[in-house]
Design a protein around this ligand. Structure first.
Ligand code: GRF
Length: 199
């Protein structure tokens, strides 16, 4: 199976996904990185790994539908089967959702539905909860909504700062995301086989 990773910033999740592809943990290939911040570190990571990157700037398009059409074109040219969001700081619009219906997943640094949106780590610290975590979910039109695929809890200890908690959460993300992406590939393979048998 072929997938694309969408990111806007650092790209540490992209990096572990690419490594998991290279060592065979993920039985698929990353065909493209899509990035809305041309100067983001993820672009450099992708270049080093020789993975093609499509960058764009939303401000250069009249609407979201316009840049999403261009993204879809890039994805279809490369036969991309599904999309993995990894720190993509934009809401996916109806154009892309329709083209990749039930084939877009996201990772979020909290136990959803708690603390959706920006700075989930800061939100959890401010709320004083003792447990937060990581959620991987299918993407729908909402902000960090959509059916949950996997979750893992992370304990918040009294000495945690934003930085240490973020570190703990990212560690969990980096082991969970490759596993779940591979499960998704197996699932897509099974559905395809069933479809063929029912023809
Ligand atoms: C992750 O914490 C992810 O949960 C959130 O954005 C962050 C991306 O980190 N959606 P990175 O760019 O993969 O390092």
């Amino acid at each position: 199976k072929k997938f694309a990773v969408f990111a806007s910033g650092n790209g540490s999740n992209f990096q572990v996904l690419a490594e998991a592809v290279n060592n065979g943990l993920i039985e698929g290939t990353i065909e493209l990185v899509v990035c809305d911040q041309p100067n983001a570190f993820v672009v450099q990571r992708a270049n080093e790994l020789h993975i093609p990157v499509f960058t764009f700037q939303a401000k250069n398009y009249p609407s979201k539908a316009d840049f999403e059409k261009e993204i879809i074109n890039e994805l279809q040219q490369r036969d991309v089967d599904f999309i993995v969001l990894a720190g993509y700081m934009r809401l996916v619009g109806p154009t892309l959702l329709e083209a990749y219906s039930h084939r877009i997943v996201n990772i979020h640094p909290s136990l959803l539905p708690s603390f959706p949106g920006k700075d989930a780590v800061g939100q959890a610290l401010k709320a004083g909860v003792k447990i937060t975590g990581v959620t991987i979910h299918f993407v729908d039109e909402g902000m960090d909504t959509g059916p949950i695929i996997a979750q893992k809890a992370v304990e918040i200890t009294p000495d945690d700062t934003h930085e240490t908690l973020q570190g703990k959460i990212q560690q969990v993300e980096h082991s969970l995301y490759p596993q779940v992406v591979n499960q998704m590939i197996q699932q897509l393979d099974r559905s395809k086989k069933e479809e063929e048998q029912n023809k």
